[in-house]
Structures are given as C-alpha cells and as structure tokens.
Design a protein around this ligand. Structure first.
Ligand code: F6R
Length: 261
C-alpha cells in the first residue's frame, strides 16, 4: 500500500489524476471504477481540466459506478446515476453510454446485481478503481460486517452512513434511502489498481483502521491491505491518526522513479 500524505485535498486529487492520466495514456480504453460522494469530486474536476487542455482524453474509456441507492428514480438529483453525470460524465469527454451503474430501480435485484458483475467482466475488468471511505470504514457501501469476499448485492446502510449522507438530502435523514446496491469487497479487490482518497478529521479513524488496523469485516476498508496496487491519498487531517505517518512521508518523498506508478 502506498500512502501519500498530500498538502491538501486538491493536491491529493491532482496526484490521483496523474495516476489516471498515466493509465489512460498506456491504455486509451481504460476501464475506470467511479466512487460518488464528495471525496472524488476534486479528481473529476482535475480530469475535466486535463481533458479541456488536451492532456488526457477519456473518449475511448468506459466506467463502472460502485453503488446506487435502491428506490430513487434515475432522474432524482441524489440518485448516484444523476450525481455521477453531474460530477464526472459531463465534465470529461467519455461517451455517456459507456458509464454504467447498478440499477437501483430493478424489480429483480439479484438479477440486476448478477448482470452488473457480468458487464464488468465483459468490459475486461476495472483497470483503476477510485474509492472514498465512510466514517464507519465502508468502501463502496460495504458496511461493517460485510463479507470481504462479497460480490455486487443489496445492502442496508448503517445509521451512521445515512446521517453522514443526509447532508445531500437537505439534512432530512428520512429522505436518505435505507438500502443500496453495491459492488462487493471481492468485486473491488479484482480491480487492477485502486486509489482511495480521503480528507478531513472525520475520516481519520477509518483511515487509521484501513491502513494500519487488523484486516477485519469490522472495518471493510482493511481488505485493501490484501491488494498489491493500492494508493491511499490523504490530506493532513485524514492522516492525523496514522502511527507511521512520518515513515509514509519519507517513503513517498524518496520514491525512486522506477517505483513511481
Ligand atoms: C460512494 C461510495 C462511498 C463513499 C463514502 C464517502 O459511491 O462508494 O463509499 O465514497 O461514503 O463519502 P464522501 O466522499 O461523500 O465522504
């Protein structure tokens, strides 16, 4: 696991965009995995700027969202499909028909989840997965107690996650759906490369557990320790509880060119 403690969240987003740009140059048909929420917004803004000035093109890329609320119509402004259109798709030059998400309105949820897994496989798998992290240690919406081998399925959101996300619903906790469809931890671990971005004090404990805690379903993000190509990009507040922060800074600063991804 590479831990990059950036000067700011904007700096972390720019490092993430560098990694995506490099992958996109090596493989124009790169398959991206997209997180929704506030954490990746700076990455998507930076990718938008780089598309505008010609440094990168995502015209041949495709993308798969991590998760979707159950029961919100596609056009609901907080349906993750609408959010991703707003924060990512319309900012870059990707073909919108190649941006996929789980169908949170499906009548047959099991079939929709199995279809989603099939479509990820048919695209050749995810090359770079972008992740945020919940204050309770979730990745995608794999809440504490999730199987570390899980696949795309329906999950119940914790009260903590619903409270956290009520800021997107005018503070109305009752308006936050209680269920979601989410890629499983096992699905996420199949991505070839993973970038996790986190900022702020509220994420510091989840990050401490994810990076330095024992691997456990209690903190699902700890499963990332089992993946060989993970970059965790943090602002100083999110890194504030890491025991080995000074070591991570030293490693990052002295990384030889051959080791930089
Ligand atoms: C969203 C997702 C979630 C978020 C997490 C953090 O697609 O997968 O795991 O990344 O809830 O949300 P923010 O970034 O809003 O703090």
């Amino acid at each position: 696991m590479d831990v990059g403690i950036a000067e700011s969240v904007a700096h972390a987003a720019s490092i993430a965009a560098d990694l995506i740009q490099r992958a996109g140059r090596a493989k124009p048909e790169v398959v991206l995995g997209l997180a929704t929420g506030s954490s990746p917004v700076g990455i998507y803004d930076e990718l938008g700027r780089r598309v505008s000035d010609g440094r990168i093109s995502l015209a041949a890329a495709s993308a798969f969202m991590l998760d979707e609320y159950v029961g919100l119509p596609r056009e609901h402004p907080q349906a993750y499909r609408s959010v991703i259109d707003e924060i990512f798709t319309r900012k870059v030059d990707i073909d919108p028909t190649r941006v996929h998400g789980p169908d949170g309105t499906a009548r047959d949820v099991g079939a929709a989840c199995a279809d989603y897994e099939r479509s990820i496989r048919a695209a050749g798998g995810i090359d770079i997965q972008i992740l945020g992290i919940g204050t309770d240690g979730h990745i995608a919406f794999n809440e504490p107690g999730s199987s570390l081998a899980s696949r795309t399925r329906i999950k119940t959101l914790t009260r903590e996650t619903r409270v956290d996300n009520s800021r997107f619903f005018d503070g109305d906790l009752d308006a936050v759906p209680s269920h979601c469809l989410t890629q499983g931890v096992g699905t996420i671990l199949e991505a070839r490369e993973i970038i996790l971005i986190a900022a702020g004090n509220a994420k510091a404990e989840a990050i401490r557990q994810a990076v330095e805690g024992p691997v456990s379903a209690r903190w699902p993000a700890t499963a990332l320790q089992l993946h060989p190509e993970v970059t965790v990009l943090l602002d100083p507040a999110a890194a504030s509880r890491l025991d080995l922060a000074d070591y991570y800074r030293e490693v990052w600063a002295s990384k030889p060119a051959w080791q930089r991804r």
